[in-house]
Design a protein around this ligand. Structure first.
Ligand code: FAD
Length: 504
């Protein structure tokens, strides 16, 4: 194998996971190529629910406002009774934002719009997707991966240090690695289709025959478009007519209404639901992210969200290792993310069962705000803490005020590819590129006007918290001699060296 690398990372697949990873690498100055075998962008709405934690990630990536502007929030539901009358309800709880958790309400953004916004952000950072380019083989050795690509210009050999399979549920990369994908087929097949229709009010998400697995039908207006997304279970075998006439017939038959007309179908699919989890997320220099690593029923709207967060977790670690951090930092990707997918698989399958009974209720767990990595080797406390915020927890937001008087939020301070150290009181850590240090308390640059930092972080005077680039607490430490020594050593391990050039 050649030692000449054309780029540091090859990302196979430009869905939500591959695009997120590309943004993460681009904003850290890591060289990569992002390939996509489709000739043009995917145009279906399928993963339309953006959960609270992903909204926080989107804020960090600089795309949240664009996503809200493009889509919106879910409309309330109309659940129809057999006699044609309906009851109105919210499909989810709508809790108010809190200082620590600014987002609670799921956004509805059709997946093709989310991906379009991500491509736009990537372009701002100097990256792009190579459409029509397929990974057809690869081999790896100790130093790197040599990939075979076929694209519009023919076949090409491309050498990189790392390959990431973001290539979806039928992942070529996973198959080529021989990584098992155990789990089960759930015995439910469903139709999902984006249609232009008339005869239903766009102010509501219409649900017919709740809990009846033969006749259930959900018709949801897709924010930011003139389309509706239609979803409903269909028999496990046999052809399904996905034409406008076929779907109009299905609607008439299931709703017992004759006035709903389907004028066109912009995308439709009939798919069997599965719950599967890759046995490993890493094989040497090759990683799996997103649906390549986990698939599950769409109930609960977790898949795209989990995929985006996988990519965020892996992105900063790849960049750190390419800058000189120890390779075992990359092992923490699977250690942290695989249990999250395992729990998400259980949650979506439970919600699917509840849906079959017509009793689906989505609570706090779907918002993904409680994901944490307490057992990760990357989460450290000097000395160990018993209560309050712990290493591995999601770093909460808090409204604060800058010493110059301007209102700010912790999330604004965290936003970007850097690490953040919040120090309560005195104590010194050597400044280093890629680390932003803020101080609370007397002569601090941050004023905790409403005590929100205090409430969320429970830091005593003389303690500090180190926040990872992906918004989780890396370390909580005292700022005495020993604590500071441990913290400095931790930062060195993350390749945040005090005397090196850093692209940030
Ligand atoms: C009906 C439905 C509803 C859903 N609703 C939600 C929801 O509300 N919320 C939610 O979070 N999720 C939802 N999901 C799940 C969500 O769509 C997926 O989890 C998400 O698309 C995963 O993103 P990904 O980037 O990992 O994979 P994908 O989006 O599948 O992207 C993988 C890409 O890799 C490309 N590729 C494959 N092989 C190669 C190769 N060899 N070379 C180059 N490129 C390759 C593919 O063409 C594809 O574009 C839903 C899914 C369905 C089916």
């Amino acid at each position: 194998m050649t030692n000449h690398f054309a780029a540091d990372v090859l990302i196979c697949g430009a869905g939500a996971a591959g695009l997120t990873l590309a943004i993460e690498l681009a904003r850290r100055g890591v060289s990569f190529r992002l390939i996509e075998k489709r000739r043009e962008p995917f145009h279906g709405s399928r993963g339309k629910g953006i959960q609270a934690r992903t909204q926080e990630v989107f804020e960090d990536l600089g795309i949240l406002d664009r996503a809200v502007a493009a889509g919106g929030v879910y409309p309330p539901m109309r659940v129809y009774c057999p006699d044609g009358k309906f009851v109105e309800k919210d499909f989810d709880e709508r809790p108010q934002p809190t200082p620590a958790e600014p987002y609670h309400i799921p956004l509805m953004v059709p997946q093709f719009m989310t991906e379009c916004i991500m491509r736009e952000r990537l372009a701002e950072l100097g990256g792009h997707v190579r459409f029509g380019c397929e990974l057809s083989g690869f081999e790896q050795d100790e130093d790197g991966v040599t990939a075979k690509l076929s694209g519009p210009d023919g076949e090409e050999t491309f050498s990189v240090r790392y390959l990431v399979g973001a290539d979806g549920a039928r992942s070529f990369v996973r198959g080529a690695l021989g990584v098992d994908f155990p789990g089960k087929t759930l015995g439910v097949r469903a139709v999902v289709a984006d249609v232009a229709l008339t005869g239903l009010d766009r102010g509501w998400w219409h649900q017919f025959n709740d809990g009846d697995m033969q006749r259930m039908l959900s018709i949801c207006p897709l924010g930011g478009t003139d389309l509706f997304q239609l979803q409903g279970p269909v028999p496990p075998e046999g052809d399904i007519n996905l034409s406008a006439a076929g779907l109009e017939h299905m609607i008439a038959e299931r709703t017992r209404r004759s006035g709903i007309r389907v004028h066109s179908v912009s995308w439709a699919s009939a798919y069997a639901m599965n719950a599967r989890l890759a046995e490993r997320y890493r094989a040497g220099r090759v990683f799996l992210v997103g649906d390549a690593a986990h698939i599950h029923p769409p109930t609960g709207g977790q898949g795209l969200n989990t995929s985006v967060q996988d990519a965020c977790n892996l992105g900063w670690k790849l960049a750190a290792v390419l800058r000189g951090a120890r390779d075992d930092l990359l092992d923490s990707y699977e250690i942290e993310r695989r249990p999250v997918a395992e729990a998400m698989l259980g949650l979506s399958t439970r919600l699917l069962d509840a849906g079959k009974r017509g009793d689906i209720r989505r609570g706090r767990e779907v918002r993904q705000l409680d994901i944490c990595y307490p057992d990760s080797p990357v989460s450290v406390e000097f000395p160990p803490r018993r209560d309050g915020l712990r290493a591995g927890d999601r770093a909460p937001d808090a409204p604060v005020r800058g010493a110059a008087g301007q209102p700010a939020r912790l999330f604004q301070l965290f936003k970007g590819p850097h690490w953040t150290l919040l120090v309560h009181g005195q104590g010194q850590v050597a400044p280093r590129p890629g680390l932003h240090i803020h101080r609370l308390g007397e002569r601090g640059d941050i004023i905790d006007t409403g005590n929100h930092v205090h409430d969320a972080y429970t830091l005593a005077e003389g303690e500090c918290v180190l926040v990872r680039p992906d918004g989780y607490v890396a370390a909580i430490s005292t700022m005495d001699t020993e604590g500071t020594r441990q913290l400095e050593a931790y930062l060195d391990r993350m390749a945040l060296s005090a005397h090196e050039e850093h692209p940030l």
